[in-house]
Design a protein around this ligand. Structure first.
Ligand SMILES: NC(=O)N[C@@H](CC(=O)O)C(=O)O
Ligand SMILES: [Zn+2]
Ligand SMILES: [Zn+2]
Length: 434
């Protein structure tokens, strides 16, 4: 299969390319990139008016398989990823069983090969069952192909254990992805603690619940020399702490989600349980600080924290709903509309945070359009305008607070190893039960 992607504006942060170029793909690899390439017997993909980027990589998703297949499966979650313009995802280990051992990690990889339409990189847990008591067999997880370690969904409350985890992770050069949350400070909280929570009569989660753990983990990263990655940064204080640690050379990277740079706690006002997420939606000042962090490089990555739940689970009082919202199918238009078209980030910055930087952090092959690299490519139409409709999602999750929003800048083609898996919003990969 040969492809010729013609006439697009090619953005490759690794090669510092931002210009109109054509890309030739042969046998799953990029073989040529240049001006006015001649079509031979290739299938021509017209990318005029569009942005052509390295295949986008989402380093924080919950695919829910094994164990929570009613929320999502590897088949449905990777179709959502393809629809959203992602060619690879790293999946969190809070499945059932938890991905805390070699066989579960291998199972996820096999299921991904059998039923997935994009690349899936499993993340192994830090502690057995993510219970925060005993370290996993980190060497075994690394050998099985885990690309990082995380107890996401829960903090590692014991600082001594987190220190040991970082020491082992360092030996295998694996990043430790930290879900920063002090559960005692969270208490019964269900949303950001502040004026809005007081008005709504809901228990609040203070910014300090996150910041205390960010500070602790930065100190432990400094102590151990391990690579630390802070998941879903939501507060101005966290951004400030990470910026300061980076300035001193601590090996830390950080991510922010589209919902945390787009929404504030005022979105909770209708008690829509789709707005219930951990960490919670914060204030306008926090949103501003997140965007500043994205601009100055304090926040390296944009990741969705795609966290699907069933309708039954979310269809209840705000207090009882599980935390989490889906994100794979709205991330690109939110980045384009809220950051790029809003003049906050340029294309090179945004694309780096969605491809080359997560690839570098996790040690993945993708993230660039260099000749010889696997042909994982995303094409985005920056002018395409569409209303978000959760009923059209490929994800089983319908828990999006963006339902009904009109957004600009949608992915129109997703290519994995030279195969077109999504075109004009339709996932066209075969096989695999949903
Ligand atoms: N983000 C969430 O609100 N929920 C995540 C867990 C997590 O990312 O901490 C989930 O697994 O549902
Ligand atoms: Zn988390
Ligand atoms: Zn998560």
């Amino acid at each position: 299969m040969k492809l010729l992607i013609k006439g697009g504006r090619v953005i490759d942060p690794v090669q510092k390319i931002d210009q109109q170029l054509d890309i030739r793909v042969v046998k799953g690899k990029i073989t040529e990139i240049g001006r006015n390439l001649e079509a031979q017997d290739d299938r021509v993909v017209d990318a005029s008016g569009c942005i052509v980027t390295p295949g986008l990589i989402d380093m924080h998703v919950h695919l829910r398989e094994p164990g929570f297949e009613a929320k999502e499966t590897i088949a449905s979650g990777t179709r959502a990823a393809a629809a959203g313009g992602f060619t690879a995802v790293a999946c969190m280990p809070n499945t059932n069983p938890v991905a805390d051992n070699r066989s579960t990690v291998e199972y996820i990889k096999i299921r991904a090969r059998e039923t997935g339409v994009v690349k899936v990189y499993p993340i192994g847990s830090i502690t057995r069952g993510s219970l925060g008591e005993e370290l996993t067999e980190i060497a075994d997880l690394a050998e099985a192909g885990a690309v990082a370690l995380s107890d996401d969904g829960r903090p590692v409350a014991n600082a001594g254990l987190m220190r040991r985890a970082m020491e082992y992770a360092r030996m295998f050069n694996l990043p430790v992805i930290s879900h920063c949350e002090d559960l005692n400070l969270r208490g019964a909280g269900v949303m950001n603690e502040g004026w809005v929570s007081a008005c709504l009569g809901l228990h609040g989660i203070p910014a300090a619940a996150e910041e205390i753990m960010v500070a602790r983990d930065l100190i432990l990263a400094e102590l151990t020399g391990a690579r630390l990655h802070i998941a879903h940064v939501s507060t101005a204080g966290s951004v400030r702490l990470i910026r300061e640690a980076k300035s001193r050379g601590v090996r830390v990277t950080a991510e922010a989600t589209p919902h945390h740079f787009t929404l504030t706690d005022e979105a909770v006002q209708g008690y829509d349980t789709a707005t219930k997420v951990n960490p919670p939606l914060r204030t306008a000042a926090d949103v501003e600080a997140i965007i500043e962090g994205l601009q100055d490089g304090t926040i390296d990555v944009i990741a969705t924290d795609h966290a699907p739940h069933t309708r039954e689970e979310k269809d209840c009082e705000y207090d009882y709903a599980p935390f989490g919202m889906v994100g794979l199918e709205t991330a690109v238009p939110l980045v384009v509309s809220k950051l790029i078209l809003a003049g906050k980030l340029d294309w090179l910055q945004a694309v780096a945070k969605l491809s080359s930087v997560p690839a570098r952090i996790l040690g993945l092959p993708g993230g660039s359009l260099k000749t010889g690299s696997p042909a994982d490519i995303t094409i985005i139409d920056p002018q395409k305008e569409k209303r978000v409709d959760v009923n059209c999602f490929y994800s089983k999750g319908r828990n999006s607070p963006f339902h009904g929003w009109k957004l600009k800048g949608w992915p129109v083609v997703t290519i994995v190893e030279g195969t077109v898996v999504m075109e004009q919003g339709k996932v066209i990969a075969g096989g695999g039960e949903l």
